[in-house]
Design a protein around this ligand. Structure first.
Ligand SMILES: Nc1nc2c(ncn2[C@@H]2O[C@H](COP(=O)(O)OP(=O)(O)OP(=O)(O)O)[C@@H](O)[C@H]2O)c(=O)[nH]1
Ligand SMILES: [Mg+2]
Length: 337
């Protein structure tokens, strides 16, 4: 059964959902649903309108579909290959009804994301001692906030968490992170006006003494000078790796979803200077550019591991492609029920 019909079934059953797994999935989908409201309103509704405007598939239908997909920041290349696949299916299966084609669109978008490899959206944990998660990204994308949210998440899971303020560059950055540590009742290590690698060094010693499970390392966001940034990240990685073999277990690149295609350029740039293991896409709640999830996957092939759907500490979700697709296409899936 395709994803489209799977969702349809799931939401038809409503009151009589049986197992816990299905209930959890539904709750997750409801959160995505709220967070993706803007994207859905400005982009997906246009798809529905298109389906009403043209009841049968035609060249004009495809032209308008192409525009809608590009406007949603899905990325030109993704859109082109997507349309090729769609047209091939239309031909092969003799599809004429646009209402049915909409179902195919939802399924195909899902296939694009999962195509090829099995996605590891899981965070790699270090069984021997602290798991180190390094947060990188340009100014203002939400690195520090994401650390706060992750700390909250892992505390909820019963882990001992520590934050290290590796952003010693921007005035106020250390205090901002410390605030998050207080709010989430997390251990904290930081010092202003010093060298980031030095602070991280001292912080990791403390993390080991305290037998911390997860260490979240903040860094400064600046990419004006790629060579400097690369050198600094190299130094940071070396310090971390010396303390804890194999660490950092994760280097998460934080991208602001509202920056659209610029976010893709950031992903390409960062991938060249350090080993990015996952992407955190923030501020999806405030943008209609939710299609960027698919474009990033195509451009850099790094999994989106978390998404930010608000400013609060509970507003971080582990990325779930099914919930994401449902959050986008909800109105279309439930259309005419
Ligand atoms: N709506 C919304 N706002 C967010 C989200 N994530 C972060 N923000 C906001 O984005 C702003 C910048 O967040 P920071 O965490 O300070 O960003 P940063 O990357 O650490 O910034 P620098 O340290 O200056 O490089 C803050 O006002 C956050 O509240 C999100 O998922 N949704
Ligand atoms: Mg910051």
């Amino acid at each position: 059964m395709g994803l489209f019909n799977k969702f349809k079934e799931m939401f038809k059953k409503n009151e009589e959902v049986k197992n816990a797994e299905e209930i959890a999935k539904k709750q997750e989908i409801e959160i995505y649903d709220k967070g993706l409201e803007k994207t859905r309103k400005e982009f997906v509704n246009e798809l529905s309108v298109l389906g009403h405007k043209y009841t049968t598939v035609s060249e004009e239908y495809f032209d308008e579909l192409e525009n809608i997909l590009i406007m949603a920041d899905i990325g030109v290349n993704t859109v082109m290959s997507f349309l090729d696949r769609l047209k091939a299916r239309v031909k092969k299966e003799n599809i004429v009804d646009t209402k049915y084609l909409q179902e195919v669109i939802v399924d195909e978008l899902f296939i694009i994301y999962v195509s090829g490899e099995s996605l590891s959206d899981k965070i790699k944990m270090n069984p021997e001692g602290p798991t180190v998660i390094l947060m990188v990204g340009v100014n203002g994308v939400g690195k520090t906030t994401t650390i706060g949210k992750l700390a909250y998440k892992y505390k909820q899971e019963g882990k001992k968490v520590m934050m290290i303020a590796g952003d010693t560059f921007r005035a106020g950055a250390v205090v901002q992170l410390e605030e998050w540590a207080k709010r989430t009742n997390t251990l904290f290590y930081g010092k202003e006006n010093t060298d980031p690698a030095g602070v991280i060094y001292d912080g990791l010693i403390k993390a080991k003494e305290e037998k911390v499970d997860i260490v979240l390392v903040d860094t400064a966001g600046r990419l004006q000078n790629k060579v400097n940034l690369m050198k600094e990240l190299e130094k940071i990685n070396k310090v971390i790796g010396t303390h804890i073999p194999g660490a950092p277990q994760e280097t998460l690149l934080v991208i602001d979803a509202a920056t659209g295609q610029n976010g893709i350029l950031q992903a390409e740039a960062f991938r060249e200077i350090t080993n990015i293991t996952g992407i955190v896409l923030t501020k999806l709640d405030g943008t209609a550019k939710g299609g960027i999830v698919l474009a990033i996957k195509e451009a850099v092939n790094i999994p989106v591991k978390f998404i930010g759907l608000g400013e609060g500490m509970e507003d971080l979700r582990t990325f779930d492609i099914e919930a994401y697709i449902y959050g986008l296409f909800k109105d279309m899936i439930n259309d005419g029920e």
